[in-house]
Design a protein around this ligand. Structure first.
Ligand code: FES
Length: 136
């Protein structure tokens, strides 16, 4: 299989063959995400660039991220509190997420986000989020 990387795009981390060249393993940054449970347990997992923080939690069996709607911003069961130092990096919630945060989460704080709406980027390496004791 031959894969091509668009000029200027980030490496995907997969084995990549450049046309006319040899196979090389592309190094890809793997952002580390830390989930803090209500009981104080910390769990660090690898995030996949472009995927959601929720997906990283679910794929790694992080307790407390239920994600009933599968990432459609319609259940609120992936609610997290983003650590203060990452609030700017994760960006602002859109209107749909704002509505869910207003209506469906147990305790809204400054760092409240639906983890399904946070895309993993290199800037989020080290991201720490708290998981509420109770999801809606
Ligand atoms: Fe349902 Fe995020 S998974 S709101």
């Amino acid at each position: 299989m031959v894969s091509y990387q668009r000029p200027g795009s980030r490496p995907s981390g997969m084995l990549c063959r450049v046309a006319g060249g040899s196979s090389t393993a592309m190094e890809s940054p793997v952002p580390k995400l830390t989930f803090l449970s209500a009981d104080g347990t910390a769990r660090a997992v690898d995030g996949a660039l472009g995927e959601s923080v929720m997906l990283a939690a679910v794929q790694n069996g992080v307790p407390g991220i239920i994600a009933e709607c599968g990432g459609n911003a319609s259940c609120g069961t992936c609610h997290v509190w983003v650590a203060d130092e990452y609030i700017d990096a994760v960006g602002e919630p859109n209107d749909t997420e704002e509505d869910m945060l207003d209506l469906a989460v147990s305790e809204r704080r400054a760092g409240s986000r639906l983890s399904c709406q946070i895309r993993v980027t290199e800037d989020l390496d080290g991201l720490t989020v708290e998981i509420p004791a109770v999801q809606p």
